[in-house]
Design a protein around this ligand. Structure first.
Ligand code: NAP
Ligand code: G3H
Length: 486
């Protein structure tokens, strides 16, 4: 069905004003699989001139799109969700090869995204404006009413990361276009084949020409130019803190929504259900090899139950399957790049050199890092603070919940935190004090369900995602004041 985005050898093109086109000088980027280094496909390496053209096209497309009735926009989204599901198998195969995600997680990402798109349409149709009577403010009479509706911002530049190439692209596109914006999608280079496939899904569903456009190219080459482009009215970015901070420094007067890195702590109190905690820690820390912003990235456990917890986590880790997702369904897959695997290996080495106890793992085979657990990690070790984006978990033993809170809050990050306890008072005590966007009580840290607010504080982000929150972020109130002659 989707042959038109490809020509021979999976040479993908960009969607610009409804056409699938290459760039001006035909330069391409080759995408190699993290699993076996085979060539998965190519995408155009776009130039600044190409970007100027795409942003102009998006600007023109947005004017007409903003006039389309909400129910018609919603119908297109429902159709996009259906087309996505119909093509799930083909897309799963691309996703496995392009980003090394296991089959089960790839499938679930696609179905979750279809649900996200449908829920976005449902939510937008049910969002209403308000009318505010003037006389509620001191000194005013009943002769003024403000009628407040929401209107789009214009051109949204959506920049997505490699690890959820479908979901974290769609979760920008769908809320942006449902309120009448146009979108320029810049997918992660490793993940761009998936991103372009998704754009095709929206096009097939009937998104008009110019409303959704794509630009491919290395962020390090075209990123600064795109984010500082005068034609961009909003930037919706998900990725590393390093790149996010850079974008916030070089842009001016453009609203930003940023979901960045994390170092989510699972705090285990002395009365916790340790089986439940261990199950959640293993699922939360190691799925997709820990390449999730919300992965559990450190364990802060009270001394009294630490030995028992370590035993249980170790036991449950023995059920993790490791290998190549092309061969079988596995939990632990090779990391996205050799650079990432080198970084994780450095963190492991640093922890060993500084005296952490290696409970499980520590082994590397190419880009595959075996699931690794350290106990007795101390504050001088890098693994206590840095985000590995790999399957490595440090355990820090603490004397009480206040020390756990103190260490959790010492992190530069503030995405999520989890607390395991049977005591609701303690759960709230910890939740109230953690400097994060969300606290999970008796569950692993995680983003879903996708209509919940999702945000990071400190170095973990700016603004709030989540279906209704994303729609609100990418639109603004427009007030018309009726002045009655009375
Ligand atoms: P990344 O290296 O920061 O890349 C993210 C996106 O930014 C990619 O599309 C990348 O393009 C682009 N980019 C790179 N340099 C740029 C620049 N100067 N200007 C504009 N865009 C630029 O992150 P990643 O490795 O893909 O993803 C992993 C990181 O994302 C982790 O830190 C993780 O915690 C974070 N993350 C956070 C969330 C969240 O919701 N909080 C969700 C997922 C991931 P190229 O691919 O071409 O370089
Ligand atoms: O990588 C970051 C994603 O937003 C995490 O989503 O918690 O559903 O895995 P998740």
């Amino acid at each position: 069905m989707f042959n038109c985005i490809k020509c021979e050898n999976n040479n993908f093109k960009n969607l610009i004003n409804g056409e699938w086109v290459g760039n001006k000088d035909n330069k391409v980027i080759e995408i190699y699989s993290p699993l076996d280094n085979s060539l998965v496909g190519t995408v155009p390496a776009m130039t600044q001139e190409d970007i100027d053209h795409v942003i102009q096209v998006a600007k023109d497309g947005q004017r007409e799109w903003s006039k389309v009735p909400m129910n018609e926009r919603a119908e297109i989204l429902y159709k996009a969700a259906d087309i996505l599901v119909e093509n799930a198998n083909e897309l799963v195969d691309i996703m496995i090869r392009e980003i090394g995600k296991d089959r089960k997680s790839s499938k679930s990402e696609i179905h979750r995204t279809a649900d996200f798109i449908r829920f976005t349409a449902d939510t937008a149709k049910n969002m209403a404006g308000e009318s505010i009577p003037g006389d509620t403010f001191p000194g005013f009479k009943r002769n003024k009413i403000s009628v407040v509706n929401r209107e789009p911002l214009g051109v949204v530049l959506a920049i997505s990361p490699f690890n959820y190439p479908i979901n974290l692209s769609a979760s920008k596109i769908a809320p942006a276009i449902i309120v009448g914006n146009s979108v320029v999608l810049k997918p992660a280079t490793q993940g761009s084949l998936c991103g372009l496939y998704l754009a095709k899904v929206f096009q097939e569903a009937g998104v008009p020409n110019g409303v959704l456009n794509t630009i491919t190219g290395k962020g390090s080459e075209i990123g600064d130019y795109a984010v500082t482009h005068k034609g961009v009215n909003f930037i919706n970015f998900t990725g590393s803190t390093e790149v996010g901070v850079k974008i916030s420094k070089i842009t001016s007067m453009v609203p930003l929504l940023m979901e960045l890195g994390g170092k989510d702590a699972a705090i285990v109190l002395k009365d916790a259900d340790l089986d439940l905690a261990a199950n959640n820690i293993v699922a939360g820390g190691y799925s997709y090899s820990g390449q999730r912003c919300t992965a559990v990235k450190r364990i802060l456990v009270l001394e009294k139950v630490a030995d028992e917890l370590v035993k249980k986590v170790k036991e449950k880790m023995s059920n993790l399957t490791v290998g190549n997702p092309l061969d079988k369904d596995v939990d632990i897959v090779p990391l996205i790049s050799t650079k990432s695997a080198d970084f994780v290996e450095e963190l492991i080495k640093d922890a060993i050199d500084k005296g952490a106890d290696l409970v499980v793992g520590g082994k590397r085979d190419g880009n595959l890092i075996y699931p690794t657990l350290f106990d007795n990690v101390t504050g001088d070790m890098r693994i206590a603070w840095e985000e590995p984006f790999g399957p490595v978990l440090p355990i820090m033993r603490v004397k009480d919940k206040d020390e756990a809170i103190e260490i959790a809050n010492k992190s530069e990050y503030g995405l999520q935190g989890a607390v395991f306890t049977e005591n609701i008072e303690d759960a709230f005590y910890v939740a109230d004090r953690l400097e994060v966007g969300t606290v999970q009580v008796n569950n692993k840290t995680e983003r879903g369900p996708d209509h919940f607010p999702f945000l990071g504080v400190k170095a973990s982000g700016i603004g709030t995602q989540g279906i209704r929150y994303s729609i609100e972020s990418m639109s603004r109130p427009k007030a018309t004041v009726i002045n009655l002659v009375r």
